[in-house]
Design a protein around this ligand. Structure first.
Ligand code: NAP
Length: 284
């Protein structure tokens, strides 16, 4: 039976450290790290994420602003909001909650966020910096996974790492971070032939697909570390991951649950990035 990786406990410890560093930064500079979150429309899941981000800031002693904009907001209005936040000295990090309503151009919005305030690390410049291993910010979810592995003292170096999913926000940067940590990395996606044959090679399997209970025990090597990034609702409306937790936990050596796994780490890394952005601003 696998060791259950306790995301909540790791996040609590990491957040305490961030809060202490934030307080020390405030005592030295008189500046509170500040995050602005912009949300457009009424998507209920997005509203929960935004509320949790604000709460995370308050608990860490950070300054935060939430800008709620109506679903019919135009591109010009959203870009001028970003421009206003770009010039606001109290704000070190700007996050536009995705997904945006269909009529808005997500790519153009990401491009408009100044790279030094891009705490989601979605801007192409920051994405490119991650590729070459010379970055200020890491995207929060993959960074949260790496933090968990570090806390659990799971060494990536030389390990067979398989990532299922190749999205720009999770799969691709996840693969890059595992590569930087000297893992031997394979990325799978919907066109991968014989997926189970590939996933069974993994010492560390990271799953980011978006399909409830997709990865079953027969797809996992005995003793593998299984990290479940998925956040889905099952038929009963309950939150669940991409991994069949009950089956896979009997075979893995360590596994993250959903909820209580990667999800709580994501906001933790957002706080880390906000502190980093404030430190960089103070040094400029
Ligand atoms: P996404 O953009 O929809 O990407 C899903 C990926 O899974 C794609 O690369 C897709 O392949 C691949 N895929 C789909 N079906 C597959 C199959 N049958 N076999 C192999 N690969 C398959 O999703 P995402 O944004 O990366 O998110 C993935 C999951 O993580 C979702 O459940 C999301 O809610 C969750 N998530 C959680 C957090 C967190 O904080 N815990 C943060 C972000 C996302 P193709 O590229 O070939 O289509």
């Amino acid at each position: 039976m696998a060791h259950i990786i306790d995301g909540k406990a790791i996040a609590a410890s990491a957040r305490l450290d961030i809060a202490q560093r934030g307080q020390a930064f405030f005592e030295k500079t008189g500046i509170r790290p500040g995050l602005a979150v912009v949300i457009v429309g009424e998507d209920p899941a997005s509203k929960v994420y935004v509320r949790n981000k604000k709460k995370g800031c308050e608990e860490a002693g950070f300054y935060s602003e939430v800008h709620e904009m109506p679903a019919e907001t135009t591109m010009d209005e959203l870009l001028s909001k970003i421009d206003e936040l770009k010039n606001n000295e109290k704000i070190h990090g700007i996050l536009v909650q995705l997904p945006l309503p269909k009529h808005l151009d997500e790519k153009a919005v990401i491009d408009a966020i100044p790279t030094e305030k891009d705490v989601d690390a979605f801007h192409p410049v920051n994405t490119g910096k991650i590729m070459i291993g010379d970055y200020n910010f890491l995207p929060c979810t993959p960074a949260g996974v790496m933090k968990m592995l570090e806390y659990e003292k799971i060494d990536v170096s030389g390990k067979e790492c398989v990532v299922i999913g190749r999205s720009n926000i999770v799969g691709k940067p996840m693969a890059m971070l595992l590569l930087h940590a000297n893992g031997t990395v394979t990325v799978c996606h919907s066109r991968t032939k014989d997926l189970a044959e590939v996933t069974r090679r993994a010492d560390i399997l990271v799953v980011a697909i978006g399909k409830a209970n997709f990865v079953t025990a027969d797809m996992v090597k005995e003793g593998a570390v299984v990290i479940d990034v998925g956040m889905n609702r099952n038929a009963e409306g309950k939150l669940c991951g991409d991994v069949d937790f009950e089956g896979v936990k009997e075979k893995a050596s360590a596994i993250t649950p959903v909820p209580g796994g990667v999800g709580v780490m994501t906001i933790t890394m957002l706080l880390e990035n906000t502190l980093r952005a404030a430190e960089l601003a103070a040094n400029r």
